[in-house]
Structures are given as C-alpha cells and as structure tokens.
Design a protein around this ligand. Sequence first.
Ligand SMILES: Cc1ncc(COP(=O)(O)O)c(C=O)c1O
Length: 511
Amino acid sequence: MSHRPTNNQILPQKSEDTKRGWKSVRASWMARNTFNPIRNIVDNMKLIPNPDKKMIALSIGDPTTFGNLPVCDEILQAVEKSLKCQLRNGYSPSMGYDDARDAVAKHYSTPTSILTAEDVFLTCGCSGALDLAISVLAGSGDNILVPRPGFSLYQVLAHSYSIECKYYDLVADRLWEADLLHMESLIDSKTTLIVINNPSNPCGSVWTKEHIMDILKLAEKYQLPIVADEVYADFVFEGEEFHSFASLSSIVPILTCGGLTKKYLVPGWRMGWVLVHDPLKLFNLEVRKGLQALTQRILGPTSFIQGALQSILTHTPEHYFKNSTNLCQNNARCCYEMLSKCKGLKPIMPSGAMYMMVGISMKNFPNFKNDLDFTQNLVTQQSVFCLPAACFQFPDYFRIVLTVPEHIVREACERITEFCKQHYVDINNNNNNNNNNATTTTSNCNGCSKCNNNFGNDENESVKLKDKKMKYEVGSVIINSSKRINDVMEDGQQMLNDVAKHSTDGLHEKN
Ligand SMILES: Cc1ncc(COP(=O)(O)O)c(C=O)c1O
C-alpha cells in the first residue's frame, strides 16, 4: 500500500515499525539552528534575589516596563481615530498601505536622500525589517559583518539562514567607534553586507559624521551594501547629533531598518520599516523585487497602526521625545557619577539610546569568574539585575537600562557600590575594598557563591530567613510573599526567569 497525498506524489510505504510506534518528529534544520545566545546565558544563570531587598531589574530594554513613560495623547488619538474609522480592519498590501509608506518616506527624507513610498517596506517591528534586509542580501554560505558588542538578533537571524557572522570590534575607549582596520581584515569574497547599529544597543554610542563617512568609504572600496539598524534614530542626548547613514551616502546602497519602537516608546505595536537608499540604482535589478517578494511570505504590521502612522509621524510633539531622552541622559549622568567612584568599575558615558555599558575590572574581583558570575551575585546579594555583556559577545562588562525612574536607578547604583566595596580587592596592596578594610572579602559578603555564605545553598541561613516577608518589584509588578525562604527563592527564580524573558528588547530577547 502506498500513501497518496493530494498532489498525487507517491510516498514510500511506511514500514510496519513506524506505523506501530512513531519516533519523535524532527524539527527543521532552521528551527534547530535558531537560538538566541541571550537565552542560553540568562537561563543558565542562578538568579536568586536577596529576599531582604526589592528586586530592581535594569535589564529590560522595554521603555513601557516601569510605567514612567506613558504614550502621549497625540499618538493615542491617532490610533483611536484609525480604529474607529473602520477602514483599517482588513489585510494591507504586503509592503504596507501606500499612504503609510508615503508618510514614512516624507518623514525620513533628507536633502541628500529623498525617499518616495516605493522606497519604504513596512514590517513587523524593526526585527522584521532586519530579517527582510539581511535575507534579501545574504544567504546560505555567505558571511556578514556585525558589531561586537552588538544586538544578538543579527546573529540569530544570520545563523537561522546559515549565514556566518563575522564580528568587528567596537572600541570602548574611542566612544565605541568601530575598529575599521579590524572590520576590513574580516572582509572576504563571501562577505555580502555590513550591519551597523547607530545609536547603539548596548553601547549608547552615537557616531560622528566623520566616523560614518569612514565606514562608508570602506563599504565603497569593497562594494558592500550596508544594513543600517537605526531603530534608535534621533534618540540622542542634548548636545549630540544623529546622522543617518543614508543622509551621508552618495554611492553606497543602504537598507535602513527602523520603526516606532524606541523613539515613540511603543515596542508592542510592532511597527517597523526598511528604507531603501540607493543613489546609483544598484538595487534596481534584483533587490527591490526581492524585498517585495519576501514581504509576501507573511504580511507586515497591523493595519490600524499603519492607518495611524501618518498622524503619529507628523503630530507627535517634540516635548514627548525630549522627555524620554532627558530621562535617559539624567539617568546616565547619575549612573556615571556614582559608578565612576566605584573601584573596579568603569562606566562609559553614553550619548544616546537607552543603555550604558559598565566595564568590570575582573582581576580586582577575584571572587567572581566573569561578568556572568559578577551579575549573578549582584542579584543574589543586592537584588539588582543588569545584563552581563556576554549577552552581546563582549565579556567583562554589564549593561544598564536607562529608561527606569531616577530614584530606582539611584538605589540600584547605591547597591552596586556596596557590592563592589564588599568584593573589590586591591591586587597591588593585597588589600580588599574601598573601605580600606583589611579583612577578607568574605567577611562583608552575605551570599556569593565563593564565600560559602550563599544563603541559597545554606540550610541554616534558610531557616533564619524563612519567615521573613518578601517584597519584589519588577516594573509595576510587586510580589509580596511570606512563604518559606526556599519557596520564595523559587518564586524569585521564576520571577527572574520572567524578567529574563523580557530582559532585553523585543521578541528575540524575550523568547
Ligand atoms: C539595536 C536594536 N535593533 C532592533 C531592535 C528590534 O526592534 P523591534 O522591537 O522594533 O523589533 C532592537 C530592540 O531592542 C534593538 O535594540
């Protein structure tokens, strides 16, 4: 007997064995090769908060988490109007509605890069834009250049398409500019594009015009198109200036990926776009058609958000943007001031986006193996969770999210300071900590894995703490508990898993 599917294709006869007991069904190659390194890292961390301290998660790159950055009325009204008119309940064209594409084109045109609706492809968030831009230019066996430290989605997408990532270094001491010599050394005959991210997650850097021009020169020399992740476009601090790659390129073709997510503070609305900037029309032969074809795999963003786009882009008041960038700038200053005083830490002042990187002089913290161990113990002892920069392929740093209310940032920095004081060792004097306290590091420590004083593993400690009332706060969620300590530890772990699931930004970092 043979199985005949509807297309009349004849499948081989199933053996008696298979009929009786199915073997487990295999996932596709792509599914098996899609994973986010952040999940691997965060899931393997033992994130057990100190039950005496409210949890502070400085890891969540979602500006809506703490409720301190509400969406302004103008944006809400635009969406309300779009919904109520009942004209945007149906399927949109795969590339997006013409009026919405036109609105984006007008808004992002510059004197040196004039866009029309044809140059805009609406996507499901900036993630969708990156997927489209990378997959239209690169395929199996190719390689692409991506920043290190960098947003992990580039790697996730590339690997799932069997594209190799080559990492070019960003240099902390040069305000996270790309090391161009290193970048150039990575280019070979299989290199198909350069991904840049400006302003940067996780660095918070905003590149100068000159640096962008230097990257463009390199791209021109090797005839490489650029995928410019500019999801933080315009999200820069006072006194800083954002230059899009497209506005400075008269030759190099660029696919700019952006969206409403960050500047407009609505990551859940999943409104993104690819902008085609192609002064020499090098994309006309295949790439534009390719973009169009790829949008037909699945449709883009929700119709009624597209319906609101024109109004959102033209009517959102300037003070709405100022409010969020000022908050991040003030928080950055606060963190910078406080953490600069911490022996063993080196905060790098950002110029934009929502993040700040802090270097850890690991040799002065011999209690900890690496940034993972350091940040894990920061949770255990101080209930502060910062993302270890191993998540961005860049060890010995951690990343702080700056969209948090200022009093929380301050409290977090105080706790980080205390933590560093307890664990810092002056390796030259063999003296520990900022207090000039000559006792061993374990004496101050209330729970690191190296001190044999880890309450998570210490039954006596568990007994002492068992009846305490616990209070955790993650964003607007507060968990009160008077359970046994071990149960609370489990709650804490579960909660941190939840935090970790939302720990950075968007779907790719939530999974
Ligand atoms: C650098 C960078 N690119 C892209 C994205 C994805 O944006 P979206 O949430 O619009 O998909 C993020 C999200 O945090 C990001 O940080």
